[in-house]
Design a protein around this ligand. Sequence first.
Ligand code: PLP
Ligand code: COI
Length: 344
Amino acid sequence: MPVKDRAQLDYAHLPFAYLKTDANVRYTWRAGAWDGGVETDSETLPLHMAATALHYGQAVFEGLKAYEARDGRVLCFRVAENAKRMIRSAEMLLMQAPPVELFCSAVVRAVRANQRFIPPYGSGASLYIRPLLIGSGPRIGVGPADEYLFLVLVTPVGPYFKQGFAPTRLVVEEEIDRAAPLGVGSAKAAGNYAAGMRGTVKAKRAGYGEALYLDAREHKYVDELGAANFFGITRDRAYVTPDSPSVLASVTNMSLRTLAARLGYRVELRPVAAQELRDFVEAGACGTAAVITPIESVTMRGATTVYLKDGRPGPCCTELYRALTAVQLGEAPDDDGWTEEIAL
Ligand code: PLP
Ligand code: COI
C-alpha cells in the first residue's frame, strides 16, 4: 500500500534535523522483562533525575533509514544488523538490550505510525529512524541501572553533509581523541559523540566539513570521522578501510565492502596509516546519515591532499554510491536480502 496523506513538506530541501512526527514507540525493561511498548505523541520523557543515562552515560543508539521505492513500497535497510549492533553496544555498557525481534518490530511500528512523513521517491530525502536505549533506573553509586527504556523515534531528513552527494573537506585531528582502543569506540554509545564534538566544532570553525580521527594509542592510523567511517580508493582499484578496535562497525561500510568486491575492487579491511592518505586517488565518508559523502581533500599538519579537483565526486565514489542506493531504493536486485519491506 502506498503512503497516504503525505505530510506537505519541502522534501527536496530537508536538512538533517529533528522534525516532530506523529508518534514514537517506547518499551520498558523492568524486573527482568520488556513490556509490550506504547505509542505516544509526547516528545518528552518522564525520567528519574538519578537515571544512569544522565549521570553515568548508560545510553546507546542506532540510526537507520526507510525509503519509498519507485513502486511505492517502503524499504528499510538491514534492520537486523542495527539490532545486533545495539546488543553489542549494550553489552559494552552493561545495559539490557532489546532482543533482535523486539528491535525490528519496534522499528516497523514507528515507521507505520509515521508513514505520512516518509519522503517521496526521488526527493533525495528519507525517513531517519533513531532507536535509543537508556538506563532509566536511578543509581547514585556507579553501576548499571535496573530499569531500561528503549525508544524509537523517526524524522524525515535530507543529506547529513550539507551538499548531499557532494565533496566535503576533512582535517586530521591530532589533539583530541574520540575513542580509546580498549574503550567503547566500537559501541554506538552516546558518550562517544560528546567526545567528538570538540573536534567537529574545531574543524568546522576552521572551514572544514568534519574532523578525521586517528587511533588514540599511536596517532599513526586512520580511525574514522565523528559520524561516519572512512574509506580510500587506491590507484590500482582497492577499497581500503580501517580495521580498528575504536571504530564503529558501520553497516554501510560492511555493505560497501560486499558491493565493491562485486564491482571488481580489491577490498582491504586493515590498519590504514595516516601516511597513506597521500596515496589514495579518491576517499569517502560512509554511514547511514552520510550514505557516501566523497572527500574533496584531507589536511594534516598543514599539508592538504586533494582528491577531487573539479568539485565533482570521483568515478569510484559515484559507482559505489549508485550501487548502494540502488539496493536501498529497490532498484537493483537485492541478492543478499538486505532490504525489508514495511507493509503499511
Ligand atoms: N561511524 C560513526 C561514528 C557513526 O556515527 C556512524 C553512523 O551510524 C557510522 C560510522 C556509520 O555506521 P552505519 O553505516 O551503520 O550507519
Ligand atoms: C548515522 O549515520 O545514523 C549516525 O548515527 C550519524 C549520526 C550521529 C548523525
